[in-house]
Write a protein that binds this ligand. Structure first.
Ligand code: NAD
Length: 790
């Protein structure tokens, strides 16, 4: 045997991380008192506990107090009491506390890492080198935001008491993503860790005590779905931040509808890992190992769908199999372990049953010939080929070590396959041609795109999904916004539900009878229902009739909006010019619009003219921002730049109020259009003639067909149709409380981005109604990571 043979025959020796400190920590605790409420350690008021086990052995780690409704009540009350003082604490002081937390975590970093690996089963290399340092980085990063908050976000403050619910796959890291921005903004917290992984949150609460976090500011309640539901439904909470499955995300969307709670959802994914034929294949294989087998595939953004270009597919898959055969399955505390156990028996069963279903549906599943430890919830890595696009392994989030491989012929097909999912969390693109990669990245419907890389995260860079992967971002500036609300909340009056007016006597008119129609796909069309409704003027005489739009009209409008792709891909400069032209054309007819507003609403000539002027000014300003409301470039502490691109949300429904019917409409549609969204607008139902006059202005302003569509009718009914429509990406509703509630609840189907005024009118001159606020709402931030260097 020569030296080379010997070298190849050598086995890895064990390299275990010591668990002595962690065992001592476990032994020193009474976990039946593990609820951290108002700065004290408490038993659950019902005395209940639940068990947490070690996934590598199945052995019991601890019996942990399980919070019930009364405990959640106590935690919310403590957070509410602590809020005024914490909010009033200076940014500098909050920054010092965040910094102290980060440093204290650094001092105990190995204990955090070992506890995490014991409780979750993840290899120590991952918890030690990724989870814990990244969690610490969040606290130190957000310390700076705490101090600069007032300057960076004038007129805003922390939203209030935050209910935060996190999953088990990155227990400490998910806690950090939630707690750090909340503390930075002066919010107080009731956090619920996942029931499989409570331990590091308990150590974190101890760190909070030491770091000087005032009592009641951070409360940590342990428990499962019921404890989570008690938080979600608690009336004393101002914001829910949830990370978990899309299924539970939808339940929470429905449960919080109409409650006024701010909501961010970080949900599941089925992310594409795209390998073009000019990729560096060895790097791509290494990337893939990280993309799908990191944390046993229990990663929301796991690259679980491999899309590989046909010409290299066979060679690439051969390399993948060879690499899979070398992955080391075993003790998570061994520093050489690549793949540890899954978190729990239930997760193992779920993975097995999805694989079996995938095979039944025609997939061929390959796994390396390796030993699986006798104890613990281990599963070998799996490569599934012959996977049809509709196969369960291509569509469902397995949340386990299973890679589904498919092939594509050209760029267009790669993009189509990548987007063929209800999710939109992340994607990874591999090509040595940066032009190709940067051409493909914007076409992918995903919140994060890694170029020639995968699983890169940083506190300065937003993370979050499109579509059913949720809404809102965590990290950086975007993440901060999720915890902010205006200091002064203007409430300029409640909106009453709309009732169809009865036909009345026609007002004397000296022009030929006009029939305002709907405006869909650039054309004036009659309503499908064949019905109209009367429009009374300020003297209660009938001034006209407009079409009563229905479900079918909304469907047509959505198809027209979806087809208007050219608007989103037009250059911002081009969109700016069209909007300037629109403002110009409206100003030419300004007096006519003012007279119409007066006749309909009874506003004085001066007030009506002011509304028209403000509307023209708003369109003009939106035009001006079309090529300036841009993304940012981040420089994370790795050799990469991250481009935070502003993309349009997509097809956007807008329901405008009766108050200031022209301004209310344009204050929403102008920013939406400026960013490249296609809009379906439901104008004021009481004064719809203003909108039907407006489409004549659209017709002369070079807006492409379908970019703006107007459907008149009952706002409540049409908003519900828009909310339920799965091809609508976002919905803004200024209407009565019930219409707003239903819009929020019904949007859960595809988790569209919904904003409602919660039954109140909007002051379009306040922060709440400002151009910037609506421009922010009109974008989806996509973070594209571009590593550099060899
Ligand atoms: P899960 O949805 O079952 O549970 C998540 C959390 O919600 C847990 O704390 C659980 O106790 C709680 N919960 C469950 N039902 C609830 C209810 N009805 N009301 C309130 N709370 C409830 O998800 P999981 O299995 O723990 O985690 C895996 C999921 O998390 C995957 O889908 C994964 O993609 C997702 N995830 C997403 C991100 C992201 O940033 N997008 C990050 C990590 C994990």
């Amino acid at each position: 045997m020569n030296i080379l043979d010997r070298y190849h025959a050598m086995e890895y020796g064990p390299a275990p991380e010591s668990r002595a400190e962690a065992d001592a920590w476990l032994a020193a605790h009474d976990f039946s008192k593990a609820l951290f409420i108002d700065g004290k350690w408490r038993k659950a008021s019902g005395g209940a506990t639940f068990a947490t086990h070690e996934p590598a052995t199945g052995k019991l780690l601890a019996n942990v107090a399980e919070a019930n409704n009364a405990d959640v009540d106590a935690a919310v009350a403590a957070a509410r009491r602590a809020l005024p003082k914490w909010r009033a604490t200076s940014g500098y002081q909050r920054a010092r506390i965040l910094y102290a937390i980060g440093r204290a975590m650094q001092r105990h970093s190995r204990l955090f890492a070992v506890l995490e690996s014991l409780d979750n089963g993840k290899p120590i290399r991952e918890s030690r080198d990724i989870d814990v340092p990244l969690a610490i980085r969040h606290f130190i990063h957000y310390a700076g935001w705490a101090q600069s908050l007032e300057k960076e976000f004038p007129g805003e403050q922390g939203v209030g008491v935050c209910g935060q619910i996190i999953p088990w796959n990155f227990p400490l890291l998910m806690l950090a993503w939630k707690v750090a921005p909340a503390l930075a903004t002066g919010c107080t917290i009731v956090l619920k860790p996942a029931e499989f992984t409570p331990l590091t949150s308990i150590l974190f609460a101890e760190i909070c005590e030491k770091a000087g976090v005032p009592r009641g500011v951070v409360n940590i309640v342990q428990g499962g779905p019921e404890t989570g539901a008690a938080i979600v439904n608690h009336p004393g909470i101002d914001k829910i931040a949830f990370t978990g499955s899309s299924e539970v995300g939808k339940i929470i969307r429905k449960a919080t509808a109409g409650s006024g709670k701010k909501l961010s959802l970080e949900l599941g994914g089925k992310s594409a890992f795209i390998v073009f034929e000019d990729a560096d294949l060895d790097s791509a294989v290494e990337g893939l190992v990280d993309g799908i087998w990191f944390n046993q595939g229990q990663v929301c953004c796991a690259g679980s769908r491999l899309l590989v270009q046909e010409g290299i597919a066979e060679a690439f898959l051969a390399r993948v199999r060879a690499r899979m055969a070398k992955l080391r399955l075993g003790d998570p505390l061994d520093k050489n372990t690549d793949i540890g156990p899954l978190v729990d028996r239930t997760q193992l069963d779920r993975v097995r049953s999805l694989i079996a279903e995938g095979e039944r549906q025609g997939a061929s599943c390959w796994r390396p010939d390796a030993d699986v430890p006798a104890n613990g919830w281990y599963h070998l890595p799996v490569l599934a080929t012959k996977v049809a696009p509709a196969n369960v392994l291509a569509q469902e989030e397995v949340f386990g070590p299973v890679l589904a491989a498919m092939t594509f012929r050209d760029h267009a097909e790669a993009v189509e396959l990548a987007n063929n999912t209800r999710y939109g969390l992340a994607a990874s693109v591999w090509s040595e041609n940066i032009n190709v990669a940067l051409h493909v990245a914007p076409q992918l419907k995903a919140g994060v795109v890694w170029i020639n890389a995968t699983n890169m995260f940083d506190a300065a860079c937003g993370f979050g999904g499109y579509r059913e992967s949720g809404f809102g971002r965590e990290g950086g500036r975007e993440g901060l916004r999720e915890y902010l609300a205006p200091v002064v909340k203007p409430k300029p009056g409640r909106i009453e539900p709309f009732k169809l007016p009865k036909p009345r006597e026609a007002a004397a008119q000296d022009f030929i009878d006009r029939t305002p129609k709907l405006f869909i796909g650039g054309k004036q069309v009659r309503p499908d229902s064949g019905y109209s409704f009367p429009v009374p003027d300020r003297k209660d005489n009938q001034i006209g009739e407009v079409g009563l739009g229905s479900r079918k009209d909304i469907r047509d409008a959505v198809s027209a909006a979806r087809a208007a792709k050219g608007w989103a891909s037009a250059t911002p400069y081009n969109r700016a010019q069209v909007l300037y032209f629109l403002a110009e054309n409206l100003s030419v007819r300004g007096e006519e619009f003012a007279a119409r507003i007066s006749a309909l609403t009874g506003a004085s000539g001066r007030v009506a003219q002011a509304e028209v002027d403000a509307s023209i000014e708003r369109i003009f300003a939106a035009a001006g921002m079309a090529d300036k409301f841009e993304g940012r470039v981040h420089q994370p502490p790795s050799r990469a730049v991250t481009l935070a691109l502003h993309e349009p949300v997509g097809v956007l429904g807008v329901v405008a109020p009766d108050q200031q019917p022209l301004l209310g409409l344009v204050a929403m549609i102008a920013p939406a259009l400026a960013i490249g969204n296609a809009v379906i607008a439901i104008p004021s139902a009481r004064y719809p003639l203003i909108a039907t006059d407006l489409y004549q202005v659209f017709e002369t302003s070079d807006l492409p067909a379908g970019a703006i569509n107007i459907v008149t009718g009952k706002p409540g009914e049409l908003a519900t149709v828009l909310a339920k429509h799965d091809d609508v990406d976002g919905l803004w509703v200024v209407a009565d409380a019930e219409t707003c509630r239903v819009a929020e609840a019904e949007s859960a189907g595809n988790l569209k981005r919904v904003w409602t005024s919660q039954g109140y009118a909007v002051d379009w001159n306040s922060e709440q109604g400002s151009l910037e606020t609506f421009l922010s709402r009109a974008v989806e931030v996509k973070n594209v990571w571009v590593p550099y260097g060899d």
